[in-house]
Design a protein. Structure first.
Length: 320
């Protein structure tokens, strides 16, 4: 059977657990998979500098696709590909958004920009942003007092991430945007957000570009996610996995449903590699715990982790 060479994983509620952290056990699995010749790639709706610091510029995660597929970089920070809004289109979308009760974020040049007057707890609660995400907002958002001026500058707008006060307004905007901007795609990954992308720019198309860059076929790719914005990469990959806490739509599209993002899953990954696909990476031997992994943790990367909290095996519900 085809041996996987690339594992692409979503971050929020997939690699990152419900406590907002990456399980330390994942780091050991990532280290051993790397030694076995399996490449790891983070594929996220976040901007690059919104990713956990342990995942950026790290040779064990040599590729990062961010902005829901708008751009990709390698561990050296070199851009592999990018796809930005035109200046005119970005300003037109911003103008439409101004007609709704929203907190508008612009992912621009690898960083998330947000209105300076809404970067506070009251605004986060008003726009129904999950509390676990508040520290990320506080640590990563670049305060901006003039989004129009930002978008009128260089053409580096990757996507819009919008938080709505009311679900009715989110649905109304989706309908209106479909009429005015058929070339755009709306998706979401949180209870109140909306991610506005250029159609054809999504996690799946970006994962395909990355696989082709590496000379890999879809059958050599595993993708793991939890939300609707992961659908395209789950469908592209030869093996698509949904974590147990994933939305129903993703579970239906996936080849298998794995453990939750909170599970310690070295055993699951090992079982998945050996049983589900009929091969073994020769990794995740629990008797070796504390050897190479311990050294990496002591080097200051104890929460790096990767994708074992999602790539389950023997305890998965469903078949691959």
């Amino acid at each position: 059977m085809t041996r996987p060479k690339l594992v692409a994983f979503d971050l929020d509620d997939t690699l990152i657990g419900s406590d907002g952290k990456i399980a330390p056990a994942n780091f050991c699995a990532l280290e051993q998979l790397s030694a076995a010749g399996v490449t790891a790639a983070a594929v996220t709706g976040r901007t690059f500098y919104e990713m956990p610091a342990e995942l950026r510029f790290n040779p064990l995660v040599p590729y990062a696709v961010y902005g829901d597929g708008a751009a990709a970089v390698n561990a050296a920070g070199e851009t592999l590909f990018s796809s930005y809004y035109s200046r005119e289109k970005a300003l037109a979308v911003l103008h439409l958004l101004r007609q709704y009760d929203t907190m508008i974020e612009v992912f621009y040049g690898g960083r998330p920009y947000a209105p300076a007057d809404k970067l506070n707890r009251l605004a986060y609660d008003y726009y129904r942003i999950e509390p676990i995400y508040h520290p990320v907002m506080a640590a990563s958002r670049v305060p901006c007092t003039d989004l129009e001026a930002l978008l009128a500058g260089e053409e580096k707008t990757e996507m819009f991430n919008i938080f709505f006060h009311l679900d009715d307004e989110r649905r109304a905007f989706i309908d209106r945007a479909a009429e005015l901007f058929p070339e755009l795609l709306c998706t979401y990954s949180m209870q109140s957000n909306l991610e506005i992308l250029r159609r054809g720019v999504d996690k799946g198309s970006a994962l395909q570009k990355l696989a082709e860059h590496l000379g890999l076929a879809p059958e050599q790719v595993i993708a793991v996610g939890d939300s609707r914005n992961d659908l395209s990469m789950i469908r592209y990959a030869g093996t698509g996995l949904a974590v147990a806490n994933a939305c129903d739509e993703l579970k239906q599209a996936a080849n298998a449903v794995a453990c939750t993002s909170d599970a310690g899953a070295q055993l699951y990954l090992s079982s998945f590699c050996r049983v589900k696909r009929g091969y073994s990476f020769g990794i995740l031997d629990h008797s070796r715990r504390g050897s190479g992994c311990g050294a990496a943790h002591r080097a200051g990367q104890r929460h790096l982790g990767a994708f074992t909290a999602a790539v389950c095996g023997g305890h998965c519900a469903g078949t691959v």
